[in-house]
Design a protein around this ligand. Structure first.
Ligand code: PMP
Length: 430
């Protein structure tokens, strides 16, 4: 990693903290810089090749540099730069999402997931006239101040739930704003949510959840949990917001809401929607999204919905749609990899816990059989996980540092088998 080390030195002269490296957070001994990606592979500046299960934190669902996506961007980049409200392609993309996503009656486009979450909050507040949000421990909804890192809160103590050590030590602490605006509960406990909402419905505008808790352990919802949230929101006139930034276009073309059969009022799509080109969508039921139409909610952004990013989204969705087996294959390959890792752990006597859906799943080192909520993720042996991820990396397999794996539509059986073989070697060495 000599060239990467040299580039880190250079970056530190001009980029704050050198670079916002995934690896720094997880104590990988090296910062890595890459030259390019192609398909399911990515190449670093020292000439190493990696099989990529990070997909650049999720967006590259059809792999790096898919020819159809590149062709679409090239075509529309040469037609000048047109933005939201100015061109036909934006309408076409909205029509496409309307057709695919159960709750997408009306929508708006933004640049990234965090902005779209922000817009959803504004819509919920405008319609309900209420100020607060209920969110869940260990869920991530973006980096903007009002949603970032709200992991512990006074309200948790008041509700008799254990406040626990701050999980994100690099966050620089919580802002007072997030403490005031958010009630934060453990996930997957519908009774606790029910009691809380009954008591605080007068001030709650929305409940926001990742439909699968992808950002901390890839925990699936307990049967009835999402349905329970839906029922509570109906009863009390609160917005149910699904943050589908990860699950969108990953569990299917209609997202988690289609997969689980629970329809939120508002939801957010980003990451995989456009192969990593900067576009996201806030979609929702007409009666909520009309708050934007009637201009009670400000939604702006100079560079929203440029023709090139919209074209990238349409091309990505087209690739996913063309092959009717896309999602069946992603589930099959993901589950095959999960199973392979479990068997490797058995063989090598490691307490590797593999949890998730298939298209995305998480690996951690924990004696628990199942991780049910965020507090259980604290049992993860971080040092061992870091060694596992670094060992995989050094043998040419890239996985997100906190143990999250993403499968793409272009991964193959051979690549899954290669990953299992390498992981077995690494587990043996730990
Ligand atoms: N919500 C979820 C569930 C996410 O995983 C992320 C990003 N990891 C975000 C929101 C924020 O999206 P972005 O980084 O595009 O702003």
């Amino acid at each position: 990693y000599q060239e990467s080390a040299r580039l880190l030195g250079r970056a530190k002269q001009v980029l704050a903290s050198g670079v916002s490296s995934e690896f720094r957070k997880y104590n990988h001994p090296h910062a890595i810089f890459y030259t390019h990606g192609q398909g399911s592979r990515i190449y670093d500046v020292d000439g190493n090749e990696y099989l990529d299960f990070t997909l650049s934190q999720g967006p590259l669902i059809v792999g790096h540099s898919h020819p159809a996506v590149l062709a679409a961007i090239q075509e529309y980049s040469t037609q000048g730069q047109l933005f939201a409200g100015q061109h036909l392609k934006e309408i076409e993309l909205a029509e496409k999402l309307h057709q695919l996503i159960p709750s997408a009656e009306l929508m708006r486009f933004c640049l990234d997931g965090s902005e779209a979450v922000q817009t959803a909050f504004r819509v919920a507040r405008a319609k309900t006239g209420k100020p607060k949000f209920l969110r869940f421990e260990g869920h991530y909804h973006g980096w903007l101040d009002n949603v970032a890192w709200g992991i512990s809160a006074p309200s948790i103590d008041a509700l008799g739930s254990r406040e626990h050590p701050q999980a994100y030590p690099w966050s620089g602490g919580l802002s007072a704003y997030s403490r005031e605006e958010f009630m934060i509960l453990p996930w997957n406990d519908i009774e606790l949510v029910r009691r809380t909402v009954a008591e605080h419905c007068g001030e709650l505008a929305a409940i926001i959840t990742e439909p699968v808790m992808c950002n901390n352990g890839c925990i699936v919802p307990q049967p009835g949990f999402l349905e329970g949230l839906r029922e509570l929101c109906d009863t009390y006139g609160i917005a149910l917001i699904f943050d589908e930034v990860i699950t969108g276009f990953r569990l299917g073309l209609g997202g988690a809401q289609q997969y689980f059969g629970v329809t939120p009022d508002l939801s957010i799509f980003a990451k995989a929607i456009a192969s990593g080109y900067p576009i996201s969508a806030i979609v929702g039921k007409r009666e909520w999204m009309e708050e934007i139409e009637t201009a009670r909610v400000i939604h702006a952004g100079t560079m929203n919905a440029s023709n090139a990013t919209v074209a990238a989204a349409l091309a990505t969705i087209d690739v996913l749609e063309q092959d009717p087996d896309t999602y069946a294959r992603m589930f099959r390959l993901g589950r095959k990899l999960m199973q392979g890792l479990r068997e490797a752990a058995d063989k090598t006597g490691q307490s590797l816990l593999v949890q998730g859906m298939g298209p995305m799943f998480n690996t951690s080192f924990t004696p628990l059989q199942q991780i049910r909520d965020y507090r259980d993720t604290l049992s993860n042996d971080k040092a061992k996980l870091n060694a596992f991820i670094a060992g995989l990396h050094d043998r040419g397999i890239r996985v997100i540092g906190r143990g999250l794996w993403y499968i793409s539509a272009i991964h193959t059986d051979e690549e899954i088998e290669q990953a299992v073989a390498v992981a077995t070697e690494v587990l043996k060495s730990l």
